[in-house]
Design a protein around this ligand. Structure first.
Ligand SMILES: NC(=O)N[C@@H](O)C(=O)O
Ligand code: NI
Length: 163
């Protein structure tokens, strides 16, 4: 099987061209609040919703089967989209700087969330275990906010131990 994507560990630095990692280790600003009883890890990511609202939803994702074919990408031009796991289950993130460029695949295993910057080409959620729960923070509003493109030929993900 050619056109196999290697899967690298998710890191804020590697993901920076595509958006932000939502995890304590990625915090750039952290300060005490509430009389010192709480530490705020501030602005881990910025949610954007042009001409609409930022909404918070739940995703109950089923495991993808592997080898997994990356045959399309999508982007949301009018807003960002964040996925924040509500459990510690692993998932894979696939992004690309352009549909004609080889995508990057990242594996999140520590409960890290990600925020796709508006317009970032990505594959829809790739969960590795059934009933993985995520918060989704993205835009709800008028007009099209999801451009899809087919990848011909496809790329592939394999060799994942779904845990
Ligand atoms: N449509 C939706 O809520 N999710 C997709 O955009 C996705 O990236 O998984
Ligand atoms: Ni999306």
């Amino acid at each position: 099987m050619d056109r196999l994507l290697s899967i690298e560990p998710l890191s804020a630095a590697a993901f920076a061209p595509f958006g932000e990692v939502i995890a304590a280790g990625a915090a750039l600003q952290r300060f005490a609040i509430n009389g010192g009883t709480t530490e705020r890890l501030h602005a881990l990511a910025r949610a954007r919703a042009d001409d609409g609202d930022v909404v918070i939803s739940l995703a109950l994702a089923q495991a993808r089967q592997f080898p997994f074919e990356i045959s399309m990408l999508e982007r949301h031009p009018k807003g960002s989209q964040a996925f924040i796991p509500l459990d510690q289950r692993p998932y894979i993130i696939v992004v690309a700087s352009a549909p004609t460029h080889q995508p990057h695949a990242f594996l999140a295993t520590q409960g890290e969330g990600i925020n796709f910057r508006a317009g970032t080409w990505h594959h829809p959620l790739i969960a590795l275990q059934d009933s993985s729960q995520f918060l989704i923070v993205d835009r709800d509003g008028p007009g099209n906010n999801c451009d899809e493109i087919a990848l011909q030929p496809s790329w592939w993900l394999t060799g994942i131990d779904a845990g």
